[in-house]
Design a binder for this molecule. Sequence first.
Ligand code: HEC
Length: 257
Amino acid sequence: MAMKIPRLLQAALVLIGVYVGFIVVFDVLLQAIIPSSLLAMYMFFVTAGVFMVFTYDEEGTRELVAPIKALVEDPSKRLIRNIVFVIVPLAAGAATYFQMQPSFEAPVELRTIHPAPPTTAKIYGKQVNLLKLENPFRELEKEDPDQFRELVDEGAAVYIRNCQFCHGDKLDGNGPYAAGLNPTPLNFQDVGTIAQLQESYLFWRISTGGPGLPKEAAPWISSMPVWQDFLTEDEIWKVILYLYDYTGHEPRSWEHE
Ligand code: HEC
C-alpha cells in the first residue's frame, strides 16, 4: 500500500499549493504582483474551506488533530514538545515586533510624470484647445529650411538663458540646480519624455509649469516655472523646436497614430 500522508500535512500542502498558485496566476497571467492584503483575504477563505473539508466527519477530524494531540500528550515526545513550545511563542513575538517596528523611511511618493492634459487650457489668457494646437513654425522645417534653422537657433538662445540651469546644457536634466530639486528636472534626451509627447503638450507644460498641472499629478511640488509669465508665445514655440532639434526626437502627432 502506498504511504499515507498524514492529514495535517495534507492540509498544509493544500494551503501552500494554493498560496503559490495565487502568486503564479497573478504573475504569469496578469503580470502583476498580488497585493498582500488581497492575498491575506483569499488565504483566509481558503483556510476556512480546507478546515471545513478536513473536519467533515469525526474520523477525519481525529486524524487531523492526531499529530497535535500526540505532541501535547505523548510522554515520549517531551523533547520536541519543549522545543516547539519555546519556538512558537518566540516566532510570534518576533513577527509582532517586526510588524510594529516603526519605519523611518520616507513614504514613496507616486506621481504621474505625464498626466493626461486637459483638452482645453487657459494659456496667455486665452482658452486654448490642446487637441488642435500646433507649432506655427513646424511647417517651415520643409518649406523654408534656412528660416527654420534660424528659429531653432533663437530657441537655443531662449533655452540657454532660461532652461539649462535645471534641464542642463546637454538637455539631460542635469543642470547646476538639478541636484537640489525633487522631482528632478526631466531629461529630454530620454525616450520617455518629449519623444512621447506632442508639441501642444509641451506648449501647455512650459506655459503653465508646475502650478498648471492637473490635480491627479499630485503630490505636486514641481519647480518648473510658469513660463507664460516670462516668455512670449513665439519664444516657447521656438524653444520647443530646439528641444526636438537638439535631441533628434520627433514630436508625436495625431496623424501618425
Ligand atoms: C527651476 C528649474 C527649472 C527650469 C528653469 C525649467 N524647468 Fe522645465 N521642469 C523642471 C522640473 C523639475 C520638471 C519636472 C516636473 C514637471 O514635469 O513639472 C520640468 C519639466 C519640464 C517639461 C515637461 C516634460 C515632460 O516630459 O513632461 C518640459 C517640457 C520642460 N520642463 C521644459 C522647460 C523649458 C523649455 C524651460 C525653459 C524655458 C524649463 N523647462 C525650465 C524644472 C525646471
